[in-house]
Design a protein around this ligand. Structure first.
Ligand SMILES: [Zn+2]
Length: 491
């Protein structure tokens, strides 16, 4: 994620609100409301255990990870559940599942002027996302452009997972192959766990991951220990860091030495436990969206040397370029702000690429909406979002945005904006009131709204008036009977 202020600051919010902007704390001393989209290092970067600049809003899983791994004061967080509208200093904020790592969220900010900003953090698009309870008109989408070029195409997630499973089955000769699956500190569980299920083994992890991140993602110890193990003898499928079996940048270079050294160390442990079979081969799996982005990578997607084989699997928890375009086309924002780019030229190229998918007239519609008196945003936005949401009533089909389009056309023709808007306002008032009753029963019903704006001046005193977050007591971990002797992945 780029460190420029424009990638993190939500316009027209108090402070302003910062998303994943902990490196910008000193540049924005008036910010008291911080949002953490998910717990990956390039997004929580700058967050320390000494953080005291304000309140951090995130999902319960992300909160647990930040407390456990970074030691941030639990009282500095307010956890927000998915799909709940929360009033934070006058801005309605809603988090939606980002289909990225555990706890990752898309963030929606509804401004008092009736427009909406969306920050994606990191996300993997799937069509159902268009049915989330978005409020429109959408002004800006701060977009995860990790794969913001047309060359970035890869398999749908389920197909990539199946490819990884098939690769492991094909290479699992007599159960005497060691598998190493690349992963970040969290993430890739959707790929790793099905491999373990298919091979009927648990997933081997380092003790620090078992007793750290995984306790936050799988708080139920029985479930956690049914899926993962720190016992090297209990499985031939192990998680390793992403670049353990090979570097991906600037082009793929396998690391056969790492892999064979690991194989030898595991066989040495087997020697100490007489009766166990030795492993004959080692197979590395690198799940990455960069697998097919160059001729070199495609030609070396399966590389072999000695007893080691490494395979690139085109699996990603970011959206491909075509998925990004589907998202933007469906959401119709006025503007896309890329949050991943290398330099000004790269940003400009991405802006040009996505401009054609934006709705540049949304401001005009907003203007006419306000002229009609619907400028509070809730009516107009709810009407338009009801088109996307299957849960809302068809009675809301007379949307204010549709009416605004009619107004716009009429005004162009007659040049009598004010008079016509007044007439439309009178004519549509009755239908708008009819719509509001059905909309109030949608997923944004009062039961699904939390008001945290209890303080008249939340910016100056962020902690006062806010409910204390619930803090779960950490459950003491029982020591595993056999501790893995390897700490190889930490090197
Ligand atoms: Zn991420």
């Amino acid at each position: 994620m780029n460190n420029s202020f424009a990638c993190h600051a939500i316009p027209n919010t108090p402070g302003p609100f910062l998303v994943d902007g902990f490196k910008l704390i000193t540049k924005s001393p008036s910010t008291k409301h911080f949002f953490l989209s998910h717990f990956h290092g390039d997004h929580y970067g700058g967050l320390r255990d000494t953080f005291d600049a304000g309140i951090i809003y995130c999902t319960p899983t992300t909160r647990a990870l930040a407390i456990r791994v970074l030691g941030v004061n639990p009282n500095r967080f307010i956890a927000l559940d998915f799909n709940v509208r929360t009033n934070i200093a006058g801005i309605y904020v809603t988090l939606f599942d980002a289909n990225h790592c555990p706890g990752a969220a898309l963030l929606q900010f509804e401004l008092p002027n009736g427009t909406t900003h969306i920050h994606t953090g990191d996300f993997r698009f799937y069509p159902k996302m268009l049915s989330y309870n978005w409020k429109s008109p959408i002004d800006t989408i701060f977009l995860d452009t990790t794969y913001g070029k047309p060359i970035h195409q890869f398999l749908p997630q389920n197909e990539a997972i199946q490819l990884a499973i098939d690769t492991c089955k094909d290479n699992n000769s007599n159960g005497r192959t060691l598998f190493l699956i690349g992963a970040y500190n969290i993430g890739k569980e959707k790929l790793v766990l099905p491999i373990g299920q298919e091979l009927k083994v648990k997933i081997g992890v380092e003790p620090n991951k078992m007793n750290g991140q995984l306790t936050c993602i799988y708080p139920d110890s029985d479930l956690r220990e049914s899926l993962f193990t720190i016992d090297s003898h209990e499985t031939n499928v192990h998680v390793c860091r992403m670049n353990f079996c090979g570097e991906m940048w600037p082009f793929f270079r396998p690391n056969f030495i790492n892999m064979e050294t690991f194989l030898d160390q595991m066989n040495q442990l087997v020697d100490e436990n007489q009766g166990e079979m030795k492993y004959e081969r080692v197979c590395g799996i690198i799940p990455t969206g960069w697998a097919g982005t160059s001729k070199w990578n495609r030609e070396h997607a399966t590389s072999q040397k000695g007893r080691a084989t490494v395979v690139l699997i085109p699996y990603s928890e970011h959206s491909s370029y075509s998925e990004l375009t589907s998202f933007v086309k469906g959401m119709k924002p006025r503007h896309v702000e890329p949050i991943v780019f290398s330099d000004a030229n790269d940003r400009h190229a991405i802006l040009n690429r996505f401009a054609g998918f934006c709705d540049r007239n949304s401001n005009k519609r907003k203007f006419f909406n306000q002229m009609m008196g619907g400028g509070g945003g809730s009516k107009s936005s709810k009407s338009k979002s009801s088109k996307r949401s299957s849960s809302t009533s068809s009675s809301s089909s007379i949307s204010s945005s549709t009416t605004a389009l009619l107004v716009e056309k009429k005004v162009k023709k007659e040049g009598e904006a004010e008079r016509f808007a007044r007439e439309i306002k009178e004519a549509t008032r009755a239908s708008m009131m009819t719509c509001s009753s059905s909309l109030s029963s949608s997923s944004s019903s009062p039961d699904n709204v939390i008001d945290l704006s209890l303080d008249e001046s939340p910016v100056s005193s962020p902690l006062s008036g806010l409910p204390s977050p619930k803090i779960k007591q950490k459950k003491k971990e029982s020591p595993k009977k056999k501790q893995a002797k390897l700490s190889f992945f930490n090197k």
